[in-house]
Design a protein around this ligand. Sequence first.
Ligand code: NCD
Length: 325
Amino acid sequence: MSVQMKNGGIPPKISGNFYGKDFIEISQLNKEDVYKIFEQAEEIREAYDSGSISDLKVNARAAILFFQNSTRTYSSFNRACQILGLDVFAEHGMSAFSLAMKGEFLRRTIQSIYQTQMLTAGDVIIMRHPDTNSSHIAASAVDASIVNAGSGSLRHPTQALLDLYTIWKDIKNLNNIELIFMGDLKFGRTVKSLGSLISMVGKNIKINLVSPDICSLPDKLREEWEEAGVKTTQTTDVLYVTRLQQEWFEKSNMMNEYNKIKADYIIDYELIKKAKNNTLLMHPLPSNGEMEDPKLDEYAGARYLNQMKNGTLVRSALIRQITKK
Ligand code: NCD
């Protein structure tokens, strides 16, 4: 188990030092930690562009274990590890392994990969899993650092970092920002982590929550954000759209409701043109009908493509901080 998880399974505070720690939830970070990642991402971007990336390489191993589908997160973590020169084992289809087929417990699967890949403390296991506590379980099973690449419908901390980094690239002062979170705020995990992150980093943040009633943000989270000073608003600097999470509707036997509301939240070029000047249009992707208009790519504030490259940079930054002594 990672040393920091010994006491009660609460992930350690980063407090300026990422080395050898698990990164599982936003509550581990303070403001300085976030800016440290942003600055490291900038350094990696410059080194990559100028051909001096070999100076930033680290000597460590990574296992990338995905128990849920992914295009962007999986490929960007892979690329991040390659950029840093890590020795990588990557498997996208973990749910077809013994865990699902033979009923193995997650803890044993993680221990098995740790052993077969000959990992040690200072190495990383990057994992995505449908259960909210999966990263916590993994962190208590092995000495390598666990990086949460999306767990259950609650946490996606590295997506939040790349989202906030994308916003920060346009809006340097992260105070007084107004956002709209639109789509599935109940099952979607990206907005939950982003809301928690921006309410910790920025002052006077306003978030307007737009969703069908059955997909509204859990009350507990809204109360937490309000306690951190977040207010609700109608205008916006950032419109952050998410898809309706069809697979969670299926799991909850709610496909009738899904079919009723699926056409209600569509953003096209005609609509976004009417937005306040400079509104940034973001989406973690995949989109599922709500943002397919190809003309949207011409919108000056479109940032959903930038988000993906930023994801590779931010994840490189995070992994470098965790693995470099
Ligand atoms: C998101 C996820 O998996 O939570 N995708 C991503 O990581 N970019 C969003 C989603 O699936 O809707």
